[in-house]
Design a protein around this ligand. Structure first.
Ligand SMILES: [Zn+2]
Length: 227
């Protein structure tokens, strides 16, 4: 059985085997979640809404992106800024980021995960988008925890509470991650790989290099370092 290594463990406390195991854990869910939330953040900047820009990324079970979306008016509808500034008009015309991503994905949404940035939740979905998520077969919703004191989180509180009830009853997994979490050991290892100039470095070599580093020795690839 493989041992799970807590990513916050100081590097020097791990033996070479554990370091190698940690390297393989870099492909764990949270790593991918943060990658897709980064894309959602990028996509959010494409929205023309001057007050709230939201981005969504939909991935299938194979972690392939099958849809992206941002909040905006339907294709061809005049999206002059004046319309965004008039709330009743905006609310009537806008298509939310999540729904755009789901429409783009079509049947490939089934079984997928939707990433939304920013988040005011849990969940990172309004009631309308929660309905679309449920009916399209998406099974998981992921976002960052809302920024403390964000007035949009307060404005949306009742709406999201309702969306949350629907997600719970229909079995949608709702996850929120801390946006500015300390870099995990996995992150640090990625940085080390990059600093050493090779992203394709094997876990064994990485572990051996870290061990040499921890022992304060000049790395030599013919030596197996033991901590
Ligand atoms: Zn929505």
């Amino acid at each position: 059985m493989t041992e799970y290594i807590d990513p916050n463990t100081p590097l020097v406390q791990l033996n070479t085997k554990q370091l190698a195991q940690l390297g393989s854990q870099m492909l764990t869910q949270e790593k991918w979640d943060r990658r897709f939330l980064d894309i959602a953040r990028q996509v959010s900047t494409w929205s023309k809404d001057p007050s709230t820009q939201v981005g969504a990324v939909l991935v299938d079970r194979m972690r392939q992106v099958v849809g992206t979306g941002f909040n905006g008016f339907p294709r061809g509808v005049d999206d002059h800024v004046d319309r965004y500034l008039d709330r009743p008009t905006k609310y009537a015309m806008v298509v939310h980021a999540e729904l755009n991503a789901i429409l783009q994905a079509g049947h490939r949404a089934r079984g997928g995960t939707i990433y939304v940035y920013p988040s005011f939740g849990p969940p990172s979905l309004c009631t309308g988008c929660a309905k679309a998520v449920i009916q399209s077969g998406v099974v998981r919703s992921v976002g960052f925890e809302p920024v403390e004191g964000d007035e949009r989180a307060e404005r949306w509180a009742d709406e999201l509470a309702m969306a949350n009830i629907m997600c719970q009853e229909s079995g949608i997994t709702v996850d929120l991650l801390a946006e500015d979490a300390e870099p995990t050991l996995a992150d640090k290892l990625v940085t080390l790989r990059q600093e050493w100039g090779r992203s394709d470095m094997s876990n064994d070599e990485l572990a051996n290099r870290v061990a040499a580093l921890a022992l304060g020795e000049e790395y030599d690839d013919s030596i197996q370092y033991e901590l």
